[in-house]
Structure formats: structure tokens, C-alpha cells
Write a protein that binds this ligand. Sequence first.
Ligand SMILES: [Fe+2]
Length: 270
Amino acid sequence: MTRIIQLSDIHMVEQRMLAYNVVDTAEYLAHAVSYIVDLLPKIGPVDGIVITGDLTDHGRQAQYDRLKELLSPLRLPLCVLPGNHDDRDVMRAAFSEQPWQPKNGGLNSHIQLGNVHVLALDCLVSGKAHGFLTAETLAWLENELALLTDEPVIFALHHPPFETGIGHMDAQPLHNAETLLKLVSGHMGPKITICGHIHRYMTSHQPCGPIMIGPSVAHAVCPDLTEGGASQFSLEPGGFLLHSYDSATRVFLSHYLPVGPHSGPFPFKP
Ligand SMILES: [Fe+2]
């Protein structure tokens, strides 16, 4: 069994700073890491972590340094890709020790975790909130897919390639989503697609298979589906996703695991 944890939208800030003057994102990440460490004996072994973008709030070196320090208790292979709050070059330098890190161009990487191939895509458009997959990234993806036949694949990127119903987030979409969906459809092996950006858990059941948005461990975008709904966030419980792949059945299974304060566990048969 291959198991992969998906974290998303951590938005790390420097010490004594709060994201949006409200959110202590470091404290939320530290709590999530501690929760995962305690949970590992019950869900593990885990083969690695994928972070689907917005690792930091402003893409600064000190923010990446703090993020890496807070993640270090997990001691798991790490696969990262940029979100619109990240800085491509600062992030490249921050993870330069990682063997999968490309030395130039987009931060696209192909990492095998357990039996699963993770194809991590860079859809960052510097200075913009929307996402876009460049011709270079799409050519890279086509080349990597040509090396695979029916192997299990997780496609990972920051911006979801579908509308979520939350208007102010849909106003910053992945501009060439259709092109990506065609490439995902073309892969004949078991596959799921994972994203971030919306700070809420969500699944879209597409012809090319399920596409999941992982929640943030910190703040959540409010679930306002009304036309012209306000751009707001809340501190409802954060969470993460645990994706597993069974080589015998060739099936993916994804768990949503909240990490906010809660009571229990309690036995069903006291
Ligand atoms: Fe985000």
C-alpha cells in the first residue's frame, strides 16, 4: 500500500507575523504536524508528503526556512509545487537540496513515492492570482506521461481545473484547465488529480477521474456560493488529505482528516 499525505495552503509567515493580521499559520502547521506524528502509527507507514502550493504567504526565504523547520518532525520525503503566494526562484533556492528540484524553468517534478508517480506541476503566474500552465510545463508533462503506460499517477498542481461555485475564487482560475484535463484523460493508468488554492476540501467527479482540493491546515475560504459573495475566510477546523493506493486492486482511496480541536476518541462499547 502506498500512502501519501497532502498538505496545502500553509501560508507560512515570519515570527511575530500573522497572515492577514489574524492567522498564526505557524501555530496551525505545528499543531497539524504534531497531530500527524501522533496519528502515523494508526495510518502509516506513509511514503511522502505533497504540498499543493501556497507554502508561504509572501514567498520570502525566511518563510520557507520556518516552514521546513516546522515540517522536520515528520521526517518524510517531500514534494512541493508553487502556488500564487509563492516565489518561484526563492522556492527553488529553498529546496535546492531536494534531488527532484529542477535547476531552471518551471518547478515541475516527477517523484515516485511508493508505487505512485507524482507529477507536480507549476502553474504560478508571477504577481497574479490566477494559474496558467506554460507551453514548457505542458510539454514536460507530455514527455513524462510518455514514459508511463498504466502506472498509477497523482497529478498535482495549485489551481483547481474546475469551477468551485465560490465566485471570488473562481475569478482566479487555472486559465488553460481544458488542456490539462485532456492530458490527464490520456493517461490510461489509475489516477487522481489533487490541488489547493480554495482552502476547502472539495471533489469534482470529472470524465478524467476525481479531482480533489485539499484543505488548508490553517484558514478556510468561507463556503459562500451566492452570486457576488464576499471574499472572506474563517478559522473553521483545518485539515489534510491522506491518499492511498492499493497495487492489488489498483484503486486510490482518499481520506479527509480534520486537525482542529475536537474531543475523543471514545469507545463505542464502554
Ligand atoms: Fe492559499
